[in-house]
Ligand binder design. Structure first.
Ligand code: FES
Length: 329
């Protein structure tokens, strides 16, 4: 088993309503009426859309209400088909199997009165607002300063934009091309990022990449920037082009991973049970503890510090940077 354990839940859709163009907000409850597992802002669910088709959606409701989960799903005609299926076939009364919650985008809120507590800068692009919503609620409840920069193609395609502006006013800055107001991420390194801050960003890959570049150029301290990726980041050539060995310490097996296959595929073929979902390095489900060996981290989940620590790896995409890895599997 990998280091991640997820609860499987048979859920039923109890509400489905449009919250923006091509975005449906689903309310899910346990089919047997029981309370749902607890979660923290930033967590996501694995939703089994169809047998063999799983997608990850950020929880965007109220973590204190464990009678229901809420996820917002953007219809993506050019996607891999999961969101199209949900928009076409999932309605009130539909049964859905979900797993989780799992959180690789955890919010850290200092208790009220903490000296030097950071202020928070949230940056969202389109459907990337979903994990940010409960974060804002938590920071607001803690009485800490925050601001939101929310960009989209048009107001109609930006879920929850009216509620956010209505509730929080000038702390919400909205950027749409039609208004002539463009989100200039480099400006965040000026006025806003001039004292201890925590920056949380979720949006399209180009937004995240640009913000990483801004952070690097401005020399933001380690731990300032927190990113949630819906899409796998671009990766460079693997460190090794040869096969490598993986010893599975718990199973007592050693397998050989050829250049054209993932560790996950080979381990599954060997009959070892490993949880997985996205299989592209974005969800964190296949996280596996590393016993020894150097990893070529190729995922979109771990922070640079976590990758450097070499304690866990995502075996669906990450590989060995040495001839032999030993994993806790
Ligand atoms: S299965 Fe999603 S990160 Fe590996």
């Amino acid at each position: 088993m990998s280091g991640v354990t997820l609860t499987e839940i048979d859920a039923v859709v109890t509400s489905a309503r449009a919250v923006a163009t091509d975005v449906v907000l689903l309310e899910l409850r346990a089919a047997d009426g029981s309370l749902l597992p607890p979660w923290e802002p930033g967590a996501h669910l694995d939703v089994v859309v169809q047998p063999g088709v799983e997608r990850q959606y950020s929880l965007c409701g109220d973590p204190s209400d464990l009678t229901r989960y809420e996820v917002a799903v953007l219809r993506e005609p050019d996607g891999r088909g999961g969101s199209e299926h949900i928009h076409a076939h999932v309605a009130v009364g539909s049964a859905l199997r979900v797993r989780g919650p799992l959180n690789h985008f955890a919010l850290s809120v200092a208790p009220p009165g903490t000296p030097l507590a950071p202020s928070y800068v949230f940056v969202a692009g389109g459907i990337g607002i979903t994990p940010i919503l409960p974060m804002i609620a938590a920071v607001e409840a803690a009485g800490q300063p925050w601001e939101l920069h929310y960009a989209g193609r048009s107001l109609e395609r930006m879920p929850f934009v009216d509620e956010l502006v209505g509730r929080y006013g000038s702390r919400v800055s909205v950027y749409v091309p039609a208004s002539g107001r463009r989100l200039d991420l480099s400006s965040l390194s000026g006025g806003s990022i001039s004292r201890p801050v925590a920056v949380y960003c979720c949006g399209p890959a180009r937004m995240l990449t640009e913000l990483e570049e801004v952070a690097a150029a401005a020399g933001w301290p380690s731990g300032t920037l927190h990113l949630e990726r819906f899409e796998a980041r671009e990766v460079t050539e693997p460190v090794r082009h040869e096969s490598f060995e993986v010893e599975l310490a718990l199973s007592g097996l050693t397998v050989e991973v050829p250049p054209d296959r993932s560790i996950l595929d080979v381990v599954e073929e060997a009959g070892v049970l490993v949880l997985s979902s996205c299989r592209e390095g974005t969800c964190g489900t296949c996280e596996t503890p590393v016993v020894s060996g150097e990893v070529d981290h190729r995922d979109s989940v771990l922070t640079p510090d976590e990758q450097e620590a070499n304690e866990v790896m995502m075996i669906c995409v990450s590989r060995a940077a040495c001839p032999r890895l030993v994993l806790e599997l």
